[in-house]
Design a protein around this ligand. Structure first.
Ligand code: BG6
Ligand code: MG
Length: 225
């Protein structure tokens, strides 16, 4: 028998903020190939470990770090030329990419959010984010988009996620961030949000919850957050 004096407490579902590269789609490998080529131009071989630490980091900051590792100093014009070259290389690779490169479980989670009126934002460092979402035909799942064109500070600064929460009109503690980068997990933590680490990198294991892939995330887990 249901006790009429006892109100059933239904916990509201938290808002979702998704990183893009390496979370929604495996573009991380294209960034790596493009940066590796730029590294080679300045006589430097970019390692997997170094590349891992560039995840979530803006284009300009990534180049600065690569030049630092290479011990190479360039003029502002030379740097600008390398940034353009890197992006042209990257865009050529992503333009050949198809919907099949959306990572497993992503579409299902976006659909679950839509069906359950969960607010969804993108929180990405990439200046190419809207182009990629359009290419994958998933823009309509997002209530708000914050990308590299809208922020002045790179992850691990929380700016990108705080802006996302603000656009969704959600308190930071009511947001869950899906991230594959150490810098992104640190940014989401600094924003006071729940963190879900995607992928196997050690640094990502500091997240509140970790999954190898999004198809391992159950609706029961989402409801428990
Ligand atoms: C992040 C990637 O999402 O975006 C980084 O993890 C990348 O590797 C950064 O450097 C900026 O991307 P873009 O598309 O603006 O060069
Ligand atoms: Mg990422």
């Amino acid at each position: 028998m249901v006790n009429p004096n006892h109100k059933l407490e239904i916990k509201p579902l938290k808002a979702f903020i998704f990183d893009l590269d390496g979370v929604i789609v495996d573009t991380a490998k294209y960034h790596f190939t493009a940066w590796k080529r730029i590294g080679e131009k300045v006589g430097f071989t970019l390692s997997h470990e170094q590349n891992e630490s560039l995840k979530g980091v803006s284009r300009v900051e990534s180049l600065e770090r690569i030049l630092g590792w290479a011990g190479v100093q360039l003029s502002a014009e030379e740097k600008e030329a390398l940034l353009i070259e890197k992006n042209e290389d990257y865009l050529q690779q992503i333009d050949a990419m198809g919907r099949e490169e959306i990572l497993p479980g992503v579409l299902e989670l976006l659909q679950f959010a839509q069906e359950n009126n969960i607010p969804v934002a993108l929180g990405s460092a990439s200046k190419n984010a809207t182009r990629i979402l359009e290419k994958l035909n998933i823009t309509s799942y997002f209530n708000a988009i914050v990308d590299g064109n809208h922020v002045s500070k790179s992850k691990p600064d929380p700016e990108v996620f705080l802006k996302g929460a603000e656009l969704l009109q959600q308190a930071p503690e009511n947001c869950v961030v899906f991230e594959d980068a150490a810098a992104g997990i640190a940014a989401a933590k600094a924003a006071g949000m729940t963190t879900i680490g995607m992928g196997g990198a050690d640094e990502v294991k500091t997240a509140d919850h970790c999954f190898d892939a999004m198809d391992q995330i159950t609706t029961a887990f989402i409801r428990s957050l």
